[in-house]
Design a protein around this ligand. Sequence first.
Ligand code: NAD
Ligand code: DAU
Length: 357
Amino acid sequence: MIIVTGGAGFIGSNFIREWLAGSQEPVINLDKLTYAGNLKSLADLSHDARYRFVHADIGDRVAVAALLKEAQPRAIVNFAAESHVDRSIHGAAEFIATNIVGTFNLLEEVRAYWKGLPSTAQANFRFLHVSTDEVYGSLTATDPAFTETHRYEPNSPYSASKAASDHLVRACYHTHHLPVVTTNCSNNYGPYHFPEKLIPLMILNALAGKPLPVYGDGQNVRDWLYVTDHCSAIRLALEKGRLGETYNVGGRNERTNLDVVNIVCSLLDELKPRADGKSYATQISFVKDRPGHDQRYAIDATKLESELGWKAAENFESGIRKTVQWYLDNQDWVQSVTSGEYRKWMDTQYANDKEAA
Ligand code: NAD
Ligand code: DAU
């Protein structure tokens, strides 16, 4: 069996669903259930005998050690993290606690468990660390896309904390020989994406008749990948990735934020037209820029494609259509995650919306 940490979040929940669709191998989801973790994202699996949820913090060494001893996993896939850049700007303490100290504590306990395994199980064990392209910093319009050898230049408290976790994972391999593989992925989108992030936020605000807050001039570029394509890359890296290596994952799909928001609006215009016949794009509002806003991310996924044979199944047109339709069809899930805590965050982050860029 495997343990997935952070499996109640956006990518982790999609990963667990994909895993169980393609394998009989059981999976344990270890999650702290922060504001971003929601067991409703896995409600369809709650009675599946191959799935088990354990409520714990990756930084809780006693809980992690006990689970490892009892469950005897052959692999850990580490998704657990604080993941939202804007929140890290408002306050980074939780990012340091989970992304750095939590990852360290997890690595310490996994290493102790791994050292006690029989030699074949030790050789077959894997620790897959899920990271981000944001550790590489920001590109100009003409820079080549990030490769795995691009230097680390994190610019936000979030990306700095992820960079630190990547370095701890790397050191654990080089110093202690724990069999690790790291993936660095671009922006994901798809079902179960928490609506503090660009695409789901725009869908929900549009439907609620609220402004669509585009930071700055909307010309920042992100490389968007449908979430299940990220999951298939992680699975390949887990099974076939070379030890100690990192693999970049990306969709070769660079878009400005304004393009993305306009595409979301035109899909909503088609699938759920506004009562007054106007486009949702009339709700777009340019607001104050994110401090330290990275201009452009782009991923060169050649290593993953050529070494491991990975290929994205979804293109942006098909993926974004599915995503918008999913949010229209899953209002129950939306209601369950847009709790009091969510509304408090929206008030804090967008309080100065009226302030033009
Ligand atoms: P998310 O915020 O949706 O989910 C994070 C999950 O981790 C939640 O279920 C939360 O409860 C859990 N968690 C947080 N702190 C924890 C702790 N101390 N112990 C146990 N569980 C804890 O995040 P996501 O978007 O699904 O991202 C998952 C991982 O992928 C993160 O490591 C993130 O850095 C990385 N990543 C995300 C993207 C993206 O576009 N979303 C892209 C590349 C990499
Ligand atoms: O690149 C991978 C990263 O992608 C992951 O590591 C992070 O966990 C994930 O959150 C995401 O980070 P971003 O900062 O790129 O995603 P976000 O959805 O917050 O923002 C996407 C872009 O849209 C970014 O340029 C900021 C902009 N934006 C965002 C919000 C929430 C807006 O213009 N308005 C908004 O209201």
